[in-house]
Design a protein around this ligand. Structure first.
Ligand SMILES: [Zn+2]
Length: 455
């Protein structure tokens, strides 16, 4: 603001052109003074202006009297009672009150209404912190900018939007005892004045755990029927799914119920095939709970509920609350873990004495080169992976079958390590035994953290 005019002169000039409510006048000087709200700023300016104009009205000098009178009339037009009273006292007529040029009376008229609506909406949420955001009609912002620019107040003022959200935030704090948090609010309230709607969402909650899978026909994720894509058809007995259930459904359904959430996303640290069991201490996962209404759930009880839901086929353990960052970490984790598998392998010839030794000496700290397996090539890019096999121990089971315990790096395709996938995986069990080897059964026995305490 140019300093040649003081706040009062500037305000009188603005009010001679525009009728402004206390909020909208005060907001033009929002950066001045501390511990005040804009309503108080505007009100204070109007009081001092009324006193000054009243004093001018008492002057012997006609031009000064005229000026005082016009200031009082402009104040009266905004509905400012002290100015109206002065005019009345001296027998001057007043013009009808005009609504605020910028907000059209919105703030004084709607704050309490908005608060009531918000309180009703957030009642069902459990939260300690919140944040209010707003979308406001373009014409309000435009009118307010016109004044700021015309009077050089750009750096001293505050926008309608931030004032509105602050007023509401402050009132909401007083009523609910919760706190505004700009960085990580648990609940976000968006007021859209362009559509006259209020939307409340809560920030997601992340839960880490490990799952074990004891059955050979359960996929990790919900698997839609390939004929109807979830709509339901004869092919899938109207379930819309290829498999009746999945680890994802078993784990997330109780979570959605406990947290009164809208939905939940399952993020696994890698995945095993549908027909592969996940044993040992289990595979790490993180569930992202979306728009939860409850935030403090007893995870021991949740664990019991999930395990009951899993009917001894899927089981979870070690549930704990974690940060969003853990989702990324478990993806990285999957690449660097050491995994132990048990495979039942059948050969197309009889098992001979040297087989066990050949396998054990070849697969010792060796890098295996693997092109994307033929069976997943339809949905993954063809790319060469190099993964380490630390060791394999082999045992003859019967005439044509071997049991292998394979310790390798995460991300290695074990079925192809055995079959060789027509030379796309090298070396392979088929290749070194010079016969066709097929993986009959596969279990994940252990997934070890790359570094203790990684998760
Ligand atoms: Zn206003």
């Amino acid at each position: 603001m140019s300093l040649e005019k003081n706040i009062l002169e500037k305000s009188a000039e603005i009010l001679s052109k525009y009728s402004l409510c206390d909020y909208c006048l005060g907001r033009l000087f929002a950066q001045l003074g501390r511990g005040l709200d804009n309503n108080e700023r505007g009100y204070a300016i109007k009081i001092v202006l009324t006193l000054q104009a009243h004093l001018m009205l008492l002057s012997e000098n006609p031009p000064i009297r005229e000026k005082g009178l016009s200031i009082l009339k402009n104040l009266a037009k905004t509905g400012f009672m002290p100015a109206i009273e002065v005019l009345k006292k001296y027998g001057y007529s007043t013009e009808p009150i005009e609504e605020c040029y910028v907000c059209k009376g919105f703030i004084s008229r709607n704050i309490e209404k908005l608060l009531k609506k918000i309180l009703l909406l957030i009642e069902e949420y459990e939260y300690n912190t919140f944040l209010i955001g707003a979308r406001i009609p373009r014409d309000i912002a435009k009118r307010e900018d016109n004044i700021k620019i015309a009077y050089g107040l750009e750096t001293l003022s505050e926008s309608f939007k931030s004032d509105l959200t602050r007023i509401l935030g402050k009132r909401l704090q007083q009523i609910t005892g919760k706190t505004v948090d700009y960085r990580k609010p648990e609940v976000i309230i968006i007021i859209d004045l362009t559509t006259d709607t209020i939307k409340v969402t809560s920030s997601p909650i992340f839960i880490y755990g490990r799952y074990r899978k004891y059955a050979r026909n359960i996929p990790q994720n919900k698997w839609l029927c390939s004929k109807c894509w979830g709509k339901g058809c004869e092919h899938c007995s109207w379930t819309g799914k290829k498999y009746p259930t999945s680890v994802e459904e078993i784990v997330t359904e109780p979570i959605i119920k406990f947290f009164k959430a809208k939905k939940a996303k399952f993020h696994g640290a890698g995945r095993e095939d549908v027909d592969v069991r996940m044993l040992g201490s289990g595979r790490p996962f993180v569930v992202e709970v979306i728009n939860p209404k409850r935030r403090k759930v007893d995870l021991r009880r949740l664990e019991e509920e999930i395990n009951a839901h899993g009917e001894k086929l899927v089981e979870v353990s070690e549930l704990k609350y974690v940060s969003r960052d853990t989702v990324r970490r478990i993806k990285v984790f999957a690449e660097y873990t050491v995994k132990t598998y048990r495979a039942i392998v059948s050969l197309s010839r009889r098992v001979i004495e040297e087989d066990v030794q050949k396998i054990e000496t070849t697969f010792k700290d060796i890098i295996v080169s693997q092109w994307t397996p033929t069976r997943v090539l339809h949905r993954r890019a063809d790319k060469l992976r190099k993964k380490k096999v630390y060791r394999i121990s082999a045992k003859k089971l019967d005439d044509t079958k071997l049991e292998l315990i394979i310790v390798c790096q995460g991300g290695l395709y074990v079925k192809e390590l055995i079959s060789g996938d027509n030379g796309r995986t090298k070396p392979s069990i088929s290749e070194i035994l010079e016969t066709q080897a097929i993986c009959e059964e596969l279990d994940v026995l252990d997934i070890a953290e790359p570094v203790k305490g990684f998760m």
